[in-house]
Design a protein around this ligand. Sequence first.
Ligand code: DX5
Ligand code: ZN
Length: 219
Amino acid sequence: MNRVRLAPSILTADFGHLADEVRAAEAGGADLLHLDVMDGRFVPNITFGHGLVEALRKVTSLPFDLHLMVVEPERQIPMFAGLVQTMNVHIEASPHINRTLSEIRRLGARCGVCINPGTPIAAIEESLSDVDQVTVMTINPGWGGQAMIPAQLEKVRRLRAALDALVSNAEIMIDGGVKTSNAAQCAAAGASILVCGSSVYGPGGSVAENLAGLRATLG
Ligand code: DX5
Ligand code: ZN
């Protein structure tokens, strides 16, 4: 099995020292940087847009994994072209998902679809052959620091089986509540990318110590 990759989310980082926070993740062994764009409509919270991502592109060489928690994500996608390696859109916000995923690929990025805890795998069944990754939300999106909904790990297992049945190499990313206490379970369920927000940018150790702690649990 490939090494599980850790994707710190800057959502709970210190926005007053964001460049330093991002550099700390890179120096601490992060594999990707997860960027949560929220519009105050798909979720109540508002975070940042492509302007900040463009600024961060200049301070790190980490691949960027964009999580669009916005309505009409197809309007945002072109603004992130050339800035991020992967764009993830929510099925709940994407009535024309086949077109949206194709557009992401056309713009040169890997494409991913995200499903909320209340959304069944069946909702993305017809897209499984079209994606590079699927994000299983293990919290209801909108804020960092929430506890993982454990039943979602069962969904990850079923999703991995569905992808394997299609002989798909699409990766599963878990987003929400990943901690040292459950990271190994996430990997065992079939996830190969773990978003880690408050477990990296939160109370506890330094960014590097927190990343090392998570990595240690993954063997
Ligand atoms: C929440 C975001 C997550 C968030 C995760 O809607 O999608 O990426 O940063 O934070 P933690 O890891 O603290 O649950
Ligand atoms: Zn996210």
